[in-house]
Design a protein around this ligand. Sequence first.
Ligand code: UD1
Length: 417
Amino acid sequence: MDKIRVIGGNRLSGRIEISGAKNAALPAMVASLLTSDVLHLENVPYVRDVLTTRNLLQKMGGAAEVGEDGTATLRAFDIQSFEAPYELVKTMRASILALGPLVGRFKKARVSLPGGCAIGTRPVNLHIAGLERMGAVCEIAHGYIEASTTGLHGSYILMETVTVTGTENLMMAATLAEGETVLDNAACEPEVSDLAGLLRSMGAQIEGEGTRTIRIHGVKKLHGCRHKIMADRIEAGTFAVAGAITRGDVEVVNCNPRHLTSVLTQLSQTGAEVTIGPDHFRVIGRDPILSKNVTTYPYPAFPTDMQAQYMALMTQGDASAVITETIFENRFMHALEMIRMGADITIDGRQAIVKGGQPLTGARVLASDLRASASLILAALVAKGETVVDRVYHLDRGYHRIEEKLARLGANIERIQ
Ligand code: UD1
């Protein structure tokens, strides 16, 4: 299995291009199940979760091609199977996104329950409850959600917790339901808006995306279209931290800085010099790095998907910072590995107290999830000596050749077999 080796100490500088957003590409790809026409996607990142989604669509009988050039051509014309099997769902929880489109168009679906994962229990009860409100019958049997309906109808759905894929699933199902669906307490994440834009180009009637209330008026049929996936705000944020933590000078291009307001504001509060353009930004890392508290919340607040990377930065802070994680109950696994590198971090429930100013030393570390892997690489960039990050498959789920991009900025980093 691949590993990433980093020799710390280099200051990063230069310009880096951001790939398309994995979390926007996955729902966009499964949205192809809503029509028998061809869907052309651009700016699709060539990462493992995208390939898993391609495999899922192919397994159902769909035609699905994904190129390294960022294009995906998808057609759900001859769907034979309405199932997302355990083997795929266990490697990628986002397979749950197939549930809404399958029930919406084919009136049935069998999707494996994802189960727990490294960062928490991650239930999907709100996906199921929403579909039931729209007239689906859902049963849990043999580890699968088995859903069927004689036809979905519009409904008022108040989601008790803000859920990103839950909102996306129900929005997709509602596009073909009879009448109007209102999703209240919906997720405002830019990836939800990106999906709404795609669905609208397919003929759906949607308004309110990007706010807490989304209205979807069901239509009889959707058609194919061409859609460009938004830039990956978490990849962009990860490179922003790379600039700050190495006291470097990194220009991040091909992204939407407005999607990163909370992250870039937080970084400037830690002392980094941040300048913002329409589709790019630049981070110059300054000494000292100021320790500043942060709390994760749904968009537009500080994202949970940047919490681990920010923790790496805070290990280099000038005092103590409290990092509070409100989205997932067990998302501090990376802290234990950072401690092995010399960081001073105390975990107390949903809070991590990070005492800065501790010199890190390279070590063999294990990545527990996607963003944890990125955070360990960031820590390794400033650690003395060699760090080897194991279980790199997590990293490959969501970052396209991160080691090559970091190397181009001057990092001493390589992938080893
Ligand atoms: C998505 C993102 C993930 C990000 C997360 C939070 C994708 C593919 N993944 O994951 O990168 O970390 O949003 O921004 O877009 N919850 C329930 N019941 C449900 C669904 C969720 O209680 O039915 C809870 C979860 O346990 C969690 C919270 O809601 O505490 C938010 O989770 P959610 O937004 O659903 O995360 P994902 O959509 O899985």
